[in-house]
Design a binder for this molecule. Structure first.
Ligand SMILES: O=C(O)CCC(=O)C(=O)O
Ligand SMILES: [Fe+2]
Length: 149
């Protein structure tokens, strides 16, 4: 798949107990993040609780985005995540956001589909059209609304 990678540096200031980045799923295929020593990333569990993700020093966290969730027929979960700051120090993250090129078609491979346990969950779609749809509605669930069956 042809992809493009955006690199971004995020900075979070020191406000205590403040949501610094609201809950969302990434729209891309994969996000790779590293951070300074200040934790703050949280993932939403299936039971609806926010869970701290403690990233060990010199390690990366890899987050599945909506494009990969759809491409994998929903077998890979695009976790909802956010950033909560707890006080003492500024947090920095450095992220690589890997996304399909706009013209790419996201189509579930037929070997990931079967009649019983894994029926087709997403129609084929163009990534650029999906992203424009997301940008117009800003709905957290955009991939399911746009391409879910
Ligand atoms: O900085 C972080 O820990 C998360 C950033 C993030 O979720 C994003 O940029 O999409
Ligand atoms: Fe994110």
């Amino acid at each position: 798949m042809k992809s493009c990678t955006q690199i971004r540096l995020n900075m979070y200031n020191t406000d205590a107990n403040k949501s610094a980045y609201n809950g969302h799923t990434d729209k891309d295929t994969l996000t790779v993040l590293c951070q300074n020593e200040v934790q703050g990333l949280q993932m939403l569990s299936k039971s609806g609780k926010w869970v701290d993700v403690k990233i060990p020093q010199n390690c990366f966290v890899v987050i599945v985005g909506d494009a990969l969730k759809a491409w994998s027929n929903g077998r890979l979960h695009a976790a909802t995540h956010r950033v909560m700051m707890s006080g003492e120090k500024e947090r920095f993250t450095f992220g690589a956001f890997v996304a399909p090129k706009d013209e790419m078609k996201i189509e579930v491979p037929c070997r990931l589909v079967d009649d019983k346990i894994h029926p087709l969950r997403y129609r084929p779609f163009n990534y650029g059209e999906f992203f424009n749809f997301f940008a117009s509605i800003r709905n957290h669930n955009a991939v399911d609304v746009f391409a879910g069956l």
